[in-house]
Write a protein that binds this ligand. Structure first.
Ligand code: FES
Length: 261
């Protein structure tokens, strides 16, 4: 970690510094540029707390006051997925990225699979549109209380819980070479959610509609089996297993439609 000397009460003492190299972009269509920042080290600091410090005192490495860096965050405990960005070349959550565990200088970039809104803030609308397309929800009649709903066997519940940890963070799309400007592949997250909701006792009523959506343009056929997604997923969701299972399910569904059964 970088060390600089500072005068404190006439005595010289070493102050640890943390250097950040941040890719910035003022507007969605403007050119990106690099700006460096140097902060005093504090034990236990993570990337979000460092960004908050820059926001409080937006002075860059040249000592110039600059616009505060923009980013998005919410839960601060790796649950909402909002703070996803590329940290030292790897897409991940900034709130879970501890400075002590990162190589210096720390490089922060936006996830370029998504349109950049400003600096590190991206627009994940394509992910939410994919969830809408595959109907990734359990439809209920909200006009009256339906009671607790059907129970799931404990083993199945535990299995479903693993898939339900998806936070739509976008890391699997950023890691996937098949999600790019030349394709409209929806990415692994939505496909895995089809597996989850089709296995639900109530959700399975809409299983065929979800499989139909997966068979459309931008659906499951966009997967090139690079398997980067399963390695990148911060929640350890078995994404490639989900894709393989949904591949089987869509093939079966297609034959059933041909045969009219
Ligand atoms: S702020 Fe929610 S995952 Fe980081």
């Amino acid at each position: 970690m970088a060390m600089t000397e500072a005068e404190v009460s006439g005595n010289k003492m070493k102050v640890k510094k943390v250097k950040f190299i941040i890719t910035r972009q003022d507007e969605p269509e403007s050119k990106s540029y690099i700006e460096e920042f140097e902060l005093d080290y504090r034990p236990g600091m993570n990337v979000i707390s460092a960004l908050m410090e820059i926001q409080r005192n937006p002075v860059n490495g040249k000592g110039q006051t600059t616009a505060p860096v923009c980013w998005e965050s919410n839960c601060l405990e790796e649950v909402c997925g909002a703070c996803s960005m590329v940290i030292n070349g790897k897409p991940r959550q900034a709130c879970a990225a501890l400075v002590d565990q990162l190589e210096q200088p720390i490089r922060l970039e936006p996830m370029r699979t998504f349109p950049v809104v400003r600096d590190l803030m991206i627009d994940r609308t394509r992910m939410f549109n994919a969830l809408k397309k595959v109907k990734a929800w359990i439809p209920i009649d909200g006009t009256y209380d339906l009671g607790p709903g059907p129970r799931m066997a404990e083993k199945k519940r535990q299995w479903a819980y693993e898939l339900s940890k998806c936070m739509t963070c976008g890391v699997c799309l950023e890691a996937c070479p098949n999600v790019n400007e030349k394709t409209n592949f929806m990415g692994p997250a939505a496909i895995s959610q089809v597996r989850l909701f089709n296995a639900h006792p109530t959700g399975e009523m809409n299983a065929e509609e979800r499989l139909d959506a997966l068979m459309e343009d931008g659906g499951i056929e966009g997967c090139g089996n690079s398997q980067n997604c399963v390695v990148a997923c911060p929640k350890g969701i078995p994404l490639t297993t989900s894709i393989a299972e949904m591949n089987k399910a869509t093939t079966k569904h297609m034959f059933k439609r041909w045969l009219g059964v």
